[in-house]
Design a protein around this ligand. Structure first.
Ligand SMILES: [Zn+2]
Length: 109
């Protein structure tokens, strides 16, 4: 497995745990227990936003919606707007944990 595949596995595993589709034990049993977050500690805002961005770029919009719903449940606030106006946005994570579109410089989250 390369880095990209491990990241993908971590994204999907964390997604399953956060949205209660699988337990950590299920995932350990499947043999690939990698996560974006520390599953026994719960998810923090930044990690959750990074996950939503990941799934936006993967065009998994249904999964983005599930994670947005969880964000609002866990933190009791609205998920900030996640999209800029570009046709093909280039999102990246700045050092201060803000995700910005490289093209239009819009701060999305
Ligand atoms: Zn943009």
């Amino acid at each position: 497995m390369n880095e990209k595949e491990i990241l993908q596995a971590a994204m999907y595993n964390s997604y399953d745990v956060i949205t209660h589709k699988r337990t950590i034990e299920d995932i350990e049993y499947d043999g690939m227990p990698v996560f974006v977050h520390f599953p026994d500690r719960g998810i923090d805002k930044t990690s959750l936003k990074v996950m939503v961005m990941y799934f936006i770029m993967a065009e998994e919009y249904e999964m983005c919606k599930d994670l947005t719903d969880e964000y609002e449940l866990i933190f009791n606030e609205k998920m900030p707007s996640l999209l800029c106006q570009c046709d093909k946005p280039q999102y990246y994570l700045r050092d201060d944990d803000v995700i910005e579109c490289e093209k239009c410089k819009t701060e999305v989250i």
